[in-house]
Design a protein around this ligand. Structure first.
Ligand code: PLP
Length: 372
């Protein structure tokens, strides 16, 4: 055998994630590994928590990064908050709402589905109807930024509705965090999860989460054990906030956390509001260029996500062929359609470090070259 070191190609990542990771973050990840209970590392974890509170715009004590990708953050929220028999209203308008249903059922909960068309925002009046029809529901869950369709829902209104009917509200912010306005405390979100590899532009593998006091109280008052040992917050918190007596729970992905820390420092330097504005401005540039080529968006203008642009594949164009040529001839990755939209749309990401005028120009230029 003579397998040698792996050297990945240098791509530009403009799909649904992972997004481009900056040199600063890559260099941070290449620094020496220390023990995960080393005092220096613990100091860095405390800073990471403060920076996560900043990007989530929350004072929640229970804020940290789950040592696994966004799907594990999702699972962490559902597994901790749902007890067998709990009724949960899930709003679905794309792929990820379907995963929420899976989570509810695997936790022994009963899912009540509120369906909206793919590409549309969640309809608040349908949620209200479901809340009225199910007075015993105790949790509402929805996806803020549906990466499968590029639609954004009005999180503030949906959270408010959930609270009016005495429900806790779980929000998927995997793609929204840092890319679009998100105010956890002001909107009163009870449990939220995100991912390191979308608009944070760190490497995949970590899931920032945050829980309100009301959510923490429900978790403490559980009469059944959380079915997942790894994700049981009662145990994990002993590790993330042990107040000096931090206990071993699992070995943290040390270098991955260096990367997240650096990515958060970069967001802090730019300023969260400036990051939101940059995502919006680059989305408009891309939109103008695509529309000039006759390529149209599938989501109505007021519900579009700036960081995930889902567009209709022009008539007569071979989806797989174009994406493959973009990759091999231009080192550019864009996303294919997912689920019901597979084969019909492209998903062009402008997430985090990849949301730049340079990337917009490069993407438009490459698409023009391949489409001829
Ligand atoms: C990417 C994504 C997830 C899953 O995150 P992974 O890191 O791939 O596990 C969940 N929800 C949404 C909306 C996403 O975009």
């Amino acid at each position: 055998m003579s397998i040698s070191s792996f050297h990945p190609p240098q791509r530009t990542l403009m799909g649904p994630g992972p997004s481009d990771v900056s040199d600063r973050v890559l260099q941070a990840m290449a620094r020496p590994t220390v023990g995960h209970l080393d005092p220096s590392f613990i100091g860095m974890m405390d800073e990471t928590k403060q920076l996560l509170q900043y990007v989530f715009q929350t004072k929640n004590e229970l804020t940290f990064a789950v040592s696994a990708p966004g799907s594990a953050g999702m699972e962490c929220c559902f597994a901790n908050l749902i007890e067998p028999g709990d009724k949960v209203i899930v709003c679905q308008n794309g792929v990820f709402g379907g995963r929420m249903k899976e989570n509810v059922e695997r936790c022994g909960g009963v899912a009540v589905m509120v369906q909206d068309d793919w590409g549309k925002a969640v309809d608040a009046s349908k949620l209200e109807d479901a809340l009225k029809a199910n007075p015993d529901a105790c949790i509402v869950a929805f996806v803020h930024a549906e990466t499968s369709t590029g639609a954004q829902s009005d999180a503030k209104t949906l959270v408010n509705l959930g609270h009016q009917y005495d429900c806790l509200v779980i929000v998927d912010a995997v793609t929204s965090l840092v890319g679009t306005p998100l105010l956890v405390d002001e909107w009163g979100i009870d449990a939220i999860y995100s991912g390191s590899q979308k608009c944070l532009s760190s490497s995949p593998g970590l899931s920032p989460v945050s829980f309100s006091q009301r959510a923490a109280d429900k978790i403490k008052a559980r009469t059944t054990k959380v079915q997942s040992w790894f994700l049981d917050l009662n145990l994990v918190m002993g590790y993330w906030s042990g107040d000096g007596k931090r206990a071993y729970h699992h070995t943290a992905p040390v270098n991955c956390l260096y990367g997240l820390h650096e990515a958060l420092v970069i967001v802090q330097e730019e300023g969260l509001e400036n990051a939101w504005a940059r995502h919006h401005a680059n989305h408009l540039l891309l939109r103008n260029g695509l529309e000039a080529m006759g390529i149209n968006f599938i989501v109505a203008e007021q519900d579009r996500l700036p960081q995930l642009n889902a567009v209709t594949i022009p008539e007569g164009v071979n989806d797989a062929d174009v994406r493959s040529r973009l990759l091999t001839e231009h080192d550019l990755e864009i996303g294919a359609g997912l689920g019901a939209l597979a084969g019909n749309v492209w998903r062009i990401g402008l997430m985090g470090h990849a949301s730049s005028q340079k990337n917009v120009d490069f993407c438009l230029h490459s698409l023009r070259a391949v489409l001829g």
